[in-house]
Design a protein around this ligand. Structure first.
Ligand code: ATP
Ligand code: MG
Length: 417
């Protein structure tokens, strides 16, 4: 049997209602904050991610799906959304729209990862990018929107961690201090960390190896090295979060896995399994790095699969599946035609209704309606067509009622609960 690739998943019909529900809640929320949806290609030039995400990140060093196309171009499957969105922002002239520009997306991403719980090779992210403002107020609005998203989805087992990773200037001093801290134990770190020691020692703080994590425990804190501007930004951010009653913890080892971040970084973690459900940060240098005019920006992405997981754990009783309101059973050819018109009409009125399309016996029709959990059954034969009256049965209560087929009584029954 042919099988799906490792790290990919089929999203089956019984799960789709949850996906659609979360997407519709997020879409409505994002739109109320002024965000518009953007969709960018799955394939982009490899160079976009090398420059955008950073040469020394896990994503670029170990996780990208790359290939050469028939024209010899170096291509990558998108591992994350921000680089492509920023490329579109520059290339498609979005920078001339009123500032700040607010964009959201829901797109599949591809990373060649070690497959485990919460880590797939094809996964979906829902995310936003807010371009054109350097104010801490943008950071707060974004974090507050994330909090609202979790509230709207009734997700309680979640906590917010924040940090500031400063700018190029504050990182110079900090990098030196970090290297001094790591150097005596460098031989004990993993090979990847060793290769990052000279080029990008802050990446070492993001290493997932438990031994490296232990070695990092007493590393100097970037917060002690922030320049005046970055310090003020972080202080203002914390102040406004507190005034808005948004609870957070500071995690000075939080550096995030992508190189483009500056100043504020944050993540919402599941209290159930410790996985990061949503993560983001400010990326003030990225637009310029990719060839645009300097534009300060901030964004986040949430892994849909992880979001769905915690959503389900927090909403065990919720039933989002759409149930059949009415099944119309029929006997005879005239009734077949009559009921075909009737279902068509009811569907035009927005009602989920089915009839048999397999030439089944009446008994088999009832069995199908029962299996599909139809709320009502209406049965129509020659007599019902002549008398313009039929019996409708409520399958839950067993109650039966005679209704007039010529007036609004059927629609009225189906429309109230
Ligand atoms: P990590 O450090 O856990 O690898 P990351 O820095 O690679 O995370 P981002 O690139 O910021 O993560 O991705 C944002 C979010 O996307 C994550 O918090 C997570 O919810 C989700 N995500 C990232 N990688 C995967 C994956 N391989 N499978 C499923 N979800 C993922
Ligand atoms: Mg990762």
């Amino acid at each position: 049997m042919l099988q799906k690739l490792k790290g990919t998943k089929d999203i089956l019909p019984k799960e789709i209602a949850t996906w659609q529900y979360i997407e519709s809640v997020a879409k409505e929320l994002f739109e109320n904050y002024g965000y518009n949806e953007i969709r960018v290609p799955v394939i982009e030039s490899l160079e976009l991610f090398q420059r955008g995400v950073g040469e020394t990140t896990d994503v670029v060093q170990k996780e990208m799906y790359t290939f050469e196309d028939r024209g010899g171009r170096k291509i990558a499957l998108r591992p994350e959304g921000t680089a492509g969105v920023v490329r579109a922002y520059i290339e498609d002239g979005l920078s001339s729209s009123p500032s700040p520009l607010k964009l959201w997306y829901h797109m599949p991403m591809y990373r060649y990862e070690n497959v485990q719980k919460g880590r797939q090779r094809e996964f979906n992210q829902i995310g936003v990018e807010l371009l054109g403002t350097e104010s801490y107020m943008a950071d707060v609005e974004i974090i507050e929107m994330c909090k609202s998203l979790f509230e709207k989805l009734n997700i309680k087992d979640i906590e917010l961690n924040i940090n500031s990773i400063g700018c190029k200037n504050c990182r110079k001093e900090y990098t030196k201090a970090l290297q001094e801290y790591i150097r005596p134990n460098l031989d004990k770190y993993c090979d990847t960390c060793k290769t990052r020691f000279d080029k990008n020692p802050m990446r070492i703080l993001d290493c997932k190896e438990s031994n490296c994590k232990k070695l990092n425990q007493n590393a100097p804190s970037i917060l002690d090295y922030l320049c005046d501007e970055c310090k003020e930004h972080f202080e203002n951010l914390k102040y406004l979060l507190e005034r808005l009653d948004i609870k957070y913890k500071i995690d000075s080892n939080l550096v995030r896995g992508l190189d483009y971040y500056t100043k504020t970084v944050f993540e919402f973690m599941s209290k159930i399994d410790g996985l990061t459900v949503l993560a983001g940060g400010r990326y003030d240098g990225l637009v310029e790095e990719l060839g645009g005019t300097s534009t300060k920006a901030i964004g986040f992405a949430s892994g849909m699969e992880r979001l769905i997981d915690i959503f389900k754990q927090n909403n065990k009783e919720l039933n989002l599946e759409k149930h059949m309101r009415l099944f119309i059973a029929y006997v005879g050819e005239d009734a077949n035609v009559y009921t075909s018109k009737l279902v068509s009409n009811l569907r035009k009125n927005g009602i989920y209704v089915e009839k048999d399309i397999m030439c089944r016996s009446l008994k088999a029709q009832f069995k199908y309606a029962d299996k599909k959990d139809a709320k009502y059954i209406l049965t129509i034969g020659d007599n019902e067509i002549i008398n313009k009256k039929a019996i409708i049965k409520n399958m839950k209560t067993g109650e039966e009622r005679e209704i007039n087929l010529e007036d609004e009584s059927l629609i009225n029954i189906l429309k109230d609960n």
